[in-house]
Ligand binder design. Structure first.
Ligand code: ZN
Length: 289
């Protein structure tokens, strides 16, 4: 059973800085812009989720410390756990992360306000997941050498956008509506998440057309990983819809009004329409164009 949209889950637990990107393996594959698709869908193991949902009552994880020799790029201090990446991919990953950051900054529209730390950690269970500790400017993705480095970079692109949100919106970021915080992080990661699809609108269109889309205003907590991935894409397309239809300035005002729970931002105050009305508009928009 899943709580209704307005249920009082203890969202504060999810809140402050932990925007788990349990974006697991997106079936369509993450394809960084300059590269062809890394692996066919058939090569993707049915894994876990890209950010790990924190159930109500769960302890807040603490950041894994960065150890070993750190790589330094313009704004990133990077640590890579032994065994997390294939040896032949390790030399290029710092440049790939730098390129991902530049890409999401251009797409999101504002830069980080200070350097940040990055960990590519080893996940012994061989899953892929990320987390952003935006208060201490520390982004972490856990992976193993079974995955191409590009997949970790794709999740990191999403985590970078969480940091850009903290830097753009300030403290209100930590209480942002989950639909908007995860939606904008996924939308900001753009091509790193889209694979061959040109837009998030195009990506979700088949789900909407076939009646397979989930309601936008639900949480992923307690749901299957496939639903979590679907929600992240649907939320990204909702952000795309809001920005394209009503503009970035209104979206920025909306982002500041959330109370963590999905659908909790002040949609009527910003757009003069309820969340449900906007969801109906989004469905029609997804089918058009
Ligand atoms: Zn996230």
């Amino acid at each position: 059973m899943f709580p209704p949209r307005q249920a009082q889950i203890r969202w504060a637990i999810i809140g402050p800085v932990l925007f788990f990107s349990l974006l697991i393996l997106l079936v369509n594959g993450y394809a960084p812009p300059p590269r062809p698709r890394i692996a066919p869908a058939s090569a993707v193991q049915p894994l876990t989720a890209p950010e790990r949902p924190l159930p109500p009552g769960a302890a807040t994880p603490t950041p894994v410390p960065l150890t070993g020799d750190l790589l330094q790029t313009g704004l990133l201090r990077i640590a890579i756990d032994e065994g997390a990446l294939r040896p032949e991919e390790q030399p290029s990953v710092a440049d790939e992360l730098d390129r991902a950051l530049a890409y999401v900054v251009a797409r999101f529209g504002s830069p980080p306000t200070a350097p940040m730390e990055v960990l590519i950690g080893l996940e012994p269970a061989c899953a892929l997941h990320g987390i952003a500790y935006t208060d201490i400017r520390n982004m972490q993705v856990f992976t193993c050498a079974s995955f191409p480095a590009a997949r970790a970079v794709s999740i990191m692109a999403h985590e970078f956008v969480h940091q850009l949100c903290q830097d753009r919106y300030g403290e209100r970021h930590v209480s942002a509506d989950l639909v908007l915080s995860e939606g904008v992080a996924t939308w900001g990661a753009g091509a790193y998440w889209l694979g061959d699809a040109p837009t998030f609108r195009a990506f979700v269109r088949p789900w909407v057309a076939n009646g397979e889309a989930l309601p936008l205003g639900i949480s992923y907590v307690g749901r299957p990983i496939s639903d979590m991935n679907k929600l992240y894409y649907q939320w990204a397309s909702f952000v795309e819809f809001l920005i394209q239809t009503y503009g970035r300035e209104a979206f920025d005002r909306l982002y500041l009004t959330g109370q963590n729970a999905p659908g909790s931002a002040d949609y009527p105050g910003v757009y003069g329409k309820s969340f449900d009305a906007l969801e109906a508009e989004w469905r029609a928009w997804a089918l058009g164009g």
